[in-house]
Design a protein around this ligand. Sequence first.
Ligand SMILES: [Zn+2]
Length: 258
Amino acid sequence: MTGLSEIAPGVLVGTSSFELTTTTVVAGSEGGCLLIDPAVTVAELARLAADLRELGLRPVAGWSTHPHWDHVLWSRDLGRAPRYATPAAAAFAQAELAELAREAQQSAPGHDVALLGRLTALDATVIPWDGPQARLIVHDGHAPGHGAVFLPGTGVLVAGDMCSDVEIPLLDLAAPDPLGDYRAGLERLAAVTGVRHVVPGHGHVGDAADFSRRLAADAAYLDALTAGKPAGDPRLTGPGWLLDAHEEQLRYVRGPAS
Ligand SMILES: [Zn+2]
């Protein structure tokens, strides 16, 4: 019994104790696997490495969906596979390494900081590996160079920090156009045909109907936010930090008080 559940043939998802962060494993050929966003605590990464060994899988490629600390972790036990991210994400992680390490240490202490955020820029439409085709859907919503992964063979969309059932859209308020970037990202995800399973970066795996519902809920949240109206979003009953983020986003759209 491992901490991973198979959501589609050859696609396994683990869920962390920290903010329901997901880890996705895609089995490839000859025991190789693609490992997306391994997370979160030191103990969970140790368990993940042990689970992969038990399943006869070894990471031959890694993918970080976006350059936030909880999506750029790694451990020695996971091996030395290339860890890809979009060029913008890899550059951001490199520039913000010290801050990412500080945040990781605060929320999930004890990680090997020498391995944190060490990403290889990949300017491509698919991840180069010999397993099931893994298409990239790249945008700047939530974080620079956010790269979702779509597996057309199984209809699995690994969405990164989008399409969550537990988190509202979290904007990258440091970007010049946070709302426009997020909307563009949602549109890109919505344009993917054949999604049968959606894996959010935080939250629960959903089916095609959940995917549609979450896209609609995220768009409705952004509409309410833009209009400065109360969102009435059920996800706002979540943890305090999420409510704080919502308040900060409201302040952002309202602009500086005149
Ligand atoms: Zn994030």
